[in-house]
Structure formats: structure tokens, C-alpha cells
Write a protein that binds this ligand. Structure first.
Ligand SMILES: Cc1ncc(COP(=O)(O)O)c(C=O)c1O
Length: 392
């Protein structure tokens, strides 16, 4: 039996890693008086595009906005079907409905938690126009297979990379020379944060141009600098666009975070590698499986309990962690279980067996650069203690 000692202080599930450098860049932005979209946003777009290796990057106020704009820019709308995964945050699917299309769900590959290419193929109909694969938790979808299916059926691919800055597929960074679009999130919990924020990257000049219009109130040119000397006041609104732009206070955070990415990621990786080693020794939990083709970004660290070896279920496991002062989360309740979706599309238990099995077993544990060695050791001990107490 382990000699588990409960700690006094709660370990939060997530904390953003912010330093004096972020504070001072935000202060400089305020002093510059250019606080809406301006030069820092433009610089962040350029540096981000260079960082991931894409031709264009369009900064937005969320990944949700980027996913929405990707479909709009490709002209997807009423009468179209778009295939995505049930194991994602609702916005991936909501944005498909926002453009007037129908979300069609394909079950996950149980090993990775990402959409199963074989299931995509089964869901294709003459109305299918696009696929939105999600690099779930920072795990990587089997992109060669997905793009092969997309090429054969003439489908657009909008990758949801909300979790995947720092993920690699076959040694190449996600977002590097994308054939379709790749959308990132900079929400407070993400590997790089701007508080709220997102980025759409693409190599396609036409999608880039249209995305800027859709995300910028439909205005026909870069109107952000219309108040500057030489800027023009005249513009047309050529689409009924959205107010989705990023602004310079967010970009100030993004620029500093990008410059700190290497160190922040090294710290994440070190903790994840320890988790992988230690959880592999505990039979009643399953650490994430990472296929040979993938480098995981370790945005989320999702273990699965093995219910057959335990006298408690996942919910009780979470309660036990909470009682031991460990914060957790669950990624995700399947979108296909949400009432907005069951009421519209009539999904029933058993429709997505792998997603359901995955959901019943998952727990996301704390993983962030400022998590100390003592805290991550403690989290491992807490999991071990619960398994010992409730092993059957
Ligand atoms: C898989 C996935 N896609 C999209 C989003 C939406 O990101 P945002 O909050 O930046 O709109 C999230 C949010 O966390 C997510 O987890």
C-alpha cells in the first residue's frame, strides 16, 4: 500500500503561464493607444505563419470564429453535409450549423480518440462537401488517410487544431503547408494563450482573401488602418461578414507567448513523459496511446480508467481526485449527447460506440508548464492511491 499524504492546497486543473514579459507588452500596447486591431495583430499573423510554416495566417477572436470562417470562405452552406467527430467541443459542430449545413458524425478510432478515416468514408453521401477532423487533445489525426479520402471525393478539409499547436504528423508540424485550412485556439488553457483568440492558417490565396473579408465585417479591404495617415475611409461591404478580428492587446500576449513557446513546450513534454512512464505502471488506468506517425502537443493529458479492474466508475474517480485536492476535467461529453443535437438529429445511445466507451472512461489531469514536479508527482500518487483503494 502507498503511504499517501493528502496535500493542503488544491491543484487547479489549469493555469495559464504568464510572465512579466506578457504584462509589459500589454502595457506597451496600451501606451501606444493602438488597442484594437493594429500593427501587433499584423505582426502576430506574420510570425505565426512563419512559425507553423504556412503561407497565410488570419488572426481572429476565437478558434470557433476561424472554424466558421473556414467553411464560409469555401462557400459551404445550405444543403451541404460536413463530416466531423463526436469527441470535440461543441463549437466544431455548431459552426457547421451556423453556415446552414448539416453536421454528420463519424465515430472515433478508439486508440487515439480522433476521427476514424474508415468511418468518414462510410458517412460520405453526394451532399458531403467537407471534413472537419479534430486533433483531439493534441493527438494527431491520420492526415494522409483523411486527405486521400478528401481528394478522392472532392472534399474540403478544415482541420480543427485547437489543441494542436506543437503537434506533428510524420515529423511535420500541423499547419505546415496545409492543403485546406487549419484553425488554432488561444483560449486561456491552450499551449499558447491570448486569453481568447484563434488563428486560421492556409496556403490558399483565395481562402485567405475571403477569410479576411468574412472575419472583418465583410469589408472589402484591410480597413483596420483606415484611421492612419494615408488610410482610406472608403470601403464596400461585399459579404454580410462577422466581427471576428483579433485586437492588439490579444496579439501582444500572443507575440510574447510565441517567443516563449519552446520553453513552455519543453516543460509540458517533460511532465507528460513522466505521466506516460508512471501511469503505464498502474493497471487500472490507461495512458494516452501515441501512434508512430504522431508527436503529441500534450495540450491535454487524458487517461482512461479500466472499469473492469475498479469498483468505482469515472465520476466517482473524479470525486476521489477532487477530495485529494486534484482538479480535473472531462474532454469531452460527446457533442452527439447534447440536447441541441439529439433534438435535431435524433441520436441514440449506441450510434457512436467508440465515442461512448471513450467518454465513460476519460479524465483529463492537470498538465501545464507552471505545474511543479512536486505537484505532478502528487497527482500520480493520488491516482495510484485511488486505484489501490478501489481495485477489485
Ligand atoms: C476541439 C476544439 N475545437 C474548437 C474549440 C473552440 O475554441 P475557442 O474557444 O478558441 O473558440 C475548442 C475549445 O476549447 C476545442 O476544444
Amino acid at each position: 500500500m502507498s503511504q499517501f499524504q493528502k496535500r493542503e492546497k488544491f491543484i487547479p486543473y489549469n493555469l495559464p503561464d504568464l510572465t512579466d514579459a506578457e504584462s509589459s507588452e500589454v502595457a506597451d500596447t496600451l501606451k501606444s493607444r493602438w488597442i484594437a486591431k493594429g500593427p501587433r495583430t499584423v505582426k502576430f499573423e506574420q510570425e505565426f505563419a512563419r512559425y507553423v510554416g504556412a503561407k497565410h495566417a488570419v488572426a481572429m477572436n476565437s478558434c470557433t470564429a476561424a472554424l466558421h470562417v473556414a467553411l464560409l470562405a469555401r462557400g459551404i452552406g445550405a444543403g451541404d453535409e460536413v463530416i466531423t467527430t463526436p469527441i470535440t467541443f461543441a463549437s466544431t459542430a455548431n459552426t457547421i450549423i451556423h453556415v446552414g449545413a448539416k453536421p454528420v458524425f463519424a465515430d472515433i478510432d478508439y486508440r487515439t480518440g480522433c476521427i476514424d478515416p474508415d468511418e468518414i468514408e462510410k458517412k460520405i453521401t453526394p451532399k458531403t462537401r467537407a471534413v472537419v477532423p479534430v486533433h483531439y487533445s493534441g493527438q494527431v489525426c491520420d492526415l494522409d488517410r483523411i486527405y486521400d479520402i478528401a481528394d478522392r471525393h472532392g472534399l474540403f478539409v478544415s482541420e480543427d487544431a485547437a489543441h494542436a499547436l506543437e503537434s506533428y504528423y510524420k515529423g511535420k508540424r500541423i499547419g505546415c503547408r496545409p492543403k485546406g485550412t487549419v484553425s488554432y485556439s488561444f483560449y486561456a488553457t491552450k499551449n499558447l494563450t491570448t486569453g481568447e483568440g484563434g488563428m486560421l492558417v492556409t496556403d490558399d490565396d483565395e481562402i485567405d482573401a475571403k477569410a479576411r473579408i468574412w472575419a472583418g465585417q465583410g469589408m472589402n479591404h484591410n480597413a483596420w488602418n483606415r484611421y492612419a495617415k494615408g488610410g482610406t475611409w472608403r470601403y464596400d461591404v461585399c459579404e454580410p461578414g462577422f466581427k471576428y478580428n483579433m485586437f492588439d492587446i490579444q496579439a501582444a500576449l500572443g507575440l510574447v507567448q510565441l517567443s516563449r513557446m519552446k520553453d513552455m513546450q519543453a516543460r509540458r513534454r517533460k511532465i507528460a513523459e513522466k505521466y506516460q512512464r508512471e501511469f503505464a505502471k498502474i493497471d487500472a488506468v490507461e495512458p494516452p496511446y501515441v501512434p508512430d506517425y504522431a508527436t503529441h502537443s500534450w495540450h491535454l493529458y487524458v487517461i482512461r480508467i479500466v472499469p473492469e479492474l475498479l469498483t468505482i466508475d469515472r465520476d466517482k474517480f473524479i470525486t476521489e481526485l477532487n477530495e485529494r485536492n486534484v482538479g480535473t476535467s472531462v474532454h469531452f461529453i460527446p457533442v452527439t449527447d447534447m440536447s441541441a443535437y439529439t433534438s435535431r438529429y435524433g441520436f441514440r445511445p449506441g450510434d457512436f460506440p467508440n465515442a461512448e466507451k471513450h467518454f465513460e472512461r476519460i479524465i483529463s489531469l492537470p498538465l501545464y508548464p507552471t505545474l511543479s514536479d512536486e505537484e505532478s508527482d502528487y497527482i500520480i500518487d493520488a491516482v495510484r492511491d485511488i486505484v489501490e483503494k478501489y481495485h477489485n
